[in-house]
Structure formats: structure tokens, C-alpha cells
Design a protein around this ligand. Sequence first.
Ligand SMILES: NC(=O)c1ccc[n+]([C@@H]2O[C@H](COP(=O)([O-])OP(=O)(O)OC[C@H]3O[C@@H](n4cnc5c(N)ncnc54)[C@H](OP(=O)(O)O)[C@@H]3O)[C@@H](O)[C@H]2O)c1
Length: 386
Amino acid sequence: MNYIPTNEQESLNTPFLYDIADRRQRQKQCRSGGVLSVISEEGITGTDDTASLYDANIIRIAIRTASNQPQIANRAMDFTHKLISIIFPVLTILFLLFFLPPFLIFKLISYIFRSFFPENVAGKAVLITGASSGIGEQLAYEYARKGARLALVARREDRLREVADEARRLGSPDVLIFPADVSKPEDCKSFINEAVNYFGRLDHLVNNAAVIQLSMFEDVTRISDFDRIMSTNFWGSVYGAHFAVPHLRKNRGKIIVIASIAGWLPVPKHCFYSAAKAALIGFYETLRVEFGSDIGITIVFPGLIYTDMVLQQAYSSEIQTGFIPGQTAEGCAKSIVRSACRGDVYLTEPSWYRMFWLLKMLCPDLLDSMSLLSLVGRHRFTKKTS
Ligand SMILES: NC(=O)c1ccc[n+]([C@@H]2O[C@H](COP(=O)([O-])OP(=O)(O)OC[C@H]3O[C@@H](n4cnc5c(N)ncnc54)[C@H](OP(=O)(O)O)[C@@H]3O)[C@@H](O)[C@H]2O)c1
């Protein structure tokens, strides 16, 4: 790309520069196939997309008038996409009409088979993060009832000791506790390595630890106050997996990821929490493809579960949950362990929350309006009313 200095004369055939504010001219050039680049007087260059990042007063846009050849190629490409947009939906519907019935029958048979012959976790090594309360604690008890050996991780050591005692009483032959912070990579490395050294194997890694912090986005004064959500809920799950994967691969182990329906269902005041859970879902869906059948991944979408996380005053004073029937942590943990042993790829608990997914696909606006109900009488439009 040749640029000419700012003060030189414009020409239709040679590159020229004009102020970024002249949007109409810029759009006209775009439509006629011009190639846009940004150059600032400070010598910074970038693409047209990055133009808005620079100070409008110092930006000039350089446009090279494209030759006829790329214009024809661009038009052909546009036409191809328009054609595919018409043909592809029709082909997909036809494909589904023929493919879906046998596929669903196959899935049903596979589900029945896996339900009758689930994985037996007796004697196997299971590591659970966030095991000091709520769903994680109940998961420890459920795995203990099935005779699994346990490694329990959380920051509160006293609570971990109590959970470990109860897990031993319920049938676990061996329980280790690791007071640790999952947002610290060195902690994750040491609890994974110590658990593997002790048990000689690792079969299930349950990434459950998480924190919550609520706020309307406009009320946030310092974004960095919410760093711990990402570092615990997302990175805290990634570090553990990073150190555990080589060991899980040896036994065709499993990773159980406790995400949330908030990862795909918009709930006001949950923007950072939802973003961390959405990142978790995308991350583990990608790993599932990368691992193939070597390591199973069950992603869990709990709905409203009665645990410290949502029963605490800080949550209930911000979000209206009274109109949503919740689930007990014990019931949720039973479903999770059953689903993991069956080798499911997804679990939504309670299962009726799956209907929200259908609503999201078919009428997202309705779902957004329903979601607003969670704010009724709860400091709804802070900025507008204050
Ligand atoms: N309850 C719900 O309605 C609901 C809905 C959807 C998804 N979920 C998900 O379910 C999972 C369990 O939550 P819960 O409802 O059972 O809440 P909870 O009772 O508050 O449990 C959270 C657990 O995470 C641990 N934890 C937090 N930060 C940690 C850190 N930095 N390092 C190590 N452990 C940490 C906590 O232990 P310490 O404080 O001792 O470290 C605690 O054991 C979470 O992933 C949550 O996002 C819950």
C-alpha cells in the first residue's frame, strides 16, 4: 500500500487521504471496492476497523482504488454467500428430516445402554475443587457412596476436614484434603501432582470451585474489582485441567465442568459471572473435540441450586429468585455423578431448564423479558433513577 502525505491532492486513481469524520465519502469508497487503511500522523498504521481506536483529529484514511479484478472477485464472493444462504438452510432441513430420526434412535439406544452399564468409580481417584460447601461438598458425598477415593480442594481447611470425615463415613476408602486457591497455578500444580503421587492415578477431575459477584455493568466503578471472577471461575478451571490432562489420558478419565445456565441465559447483574461461565463452556467444548474419546467431558448447567452462593444475603438482596423453584445441592450432585458415570456430554439440572434453550433459539426477546423479572423490586435501573 502506498500512502501519500496528508496535504497532497486527492485523486480518484491514486491513493488519497481525508478526515475520518468524512464517513459518507469513506462508505462510498468501500462500496466501490476501495481498499481502506488507516494511517495516523504519529505513523501508526492499521485497518479501517481500528480507525475508531485512534484520535479522530489525527487520523487520516488512505484509500487505494481497487482495480477491476478484485471488484469482480468480491462481487462473485458476495453472490456465492447469498446463494449459500438460500440453499444451505433448505439442504440442512432436508438432511435433518432424513438423518434425525435414525440418529435420535441411535442416541436413545446408546443412552439406555450407558444408563444400564455406567462407569463404576469404586476405588477410582476423583479430585473435586470447591468441595468445602454446596454442590462440591455434596459431590464428595455422592462419589464417597460409590466407593471412590477422593482429593478435596478448597480454601477453608476446617470445612474440608469436616467434609472429608463425612465422606469417609459414607464409604470412601481414602480421602485427601488440599487447602488451596484454584486461581493460583502453583497451587493447582501441587494438588494435582500430590493427588496423583498418592493415588497413583487420576480418573475424574471435577472443576466446581467458583465465586459470584453481582452488579449492573453501569454501576461498576473499577473493572479490576471483578478480576477474581475470571481468575477463579475460568482460569481456576483451566490450570487444574492443564496439569491433570496427561494423567487423565492414561486411564481414559473424565473432566466434569460445573458451568451454569448463566453461561448462555442472560441474567441481569451477572455479566462478569456469565462471561466467565461462557468462556468455560467454549473452552471445554473445544477440548472435547481435541481429546476425542481419550478424555470424556461432561459440561453441567445448573439452574438455581440452594447453596451458600445464592442463599447469602448479598445475592438475595440483589436478585429476585422467589418465583423460580430451586433444586437442592444433594439432588443436583446425584444427577451430576450419575451423568458423569454415564458419559453424558451435557447435563442441565433441573432438566426443565432445557426449555429455556429452546426459547433462546426461537424467541430470544421473550427470554430477555422473562429474565428481567429477576430484578423486579431490586434496584432495577440504578443509573436512570439515581
Ligand atoms: N448455586 C447455584 O444456583 C449455581 C447455579 C449455577 C452454577 N453454579 C455453580 O456451581 C458450582 C458450585 O457452587 P455452589 O453453588 O456450590 O457455591 P458455594 O457453596 O459457594 O461453593 C463454592 C465452592 O468453591 C470454593 N472456592 C471458591 N473460590 C475458590 C478458590 N479460589 N479456590 C478454591 N476453592 C474456591 C468454595 O470454597 P472456599 O470458600 O473454602 O474456598 C466453595 O467450596 C460453582 O461453579 C457455581 O458457579 C451454582
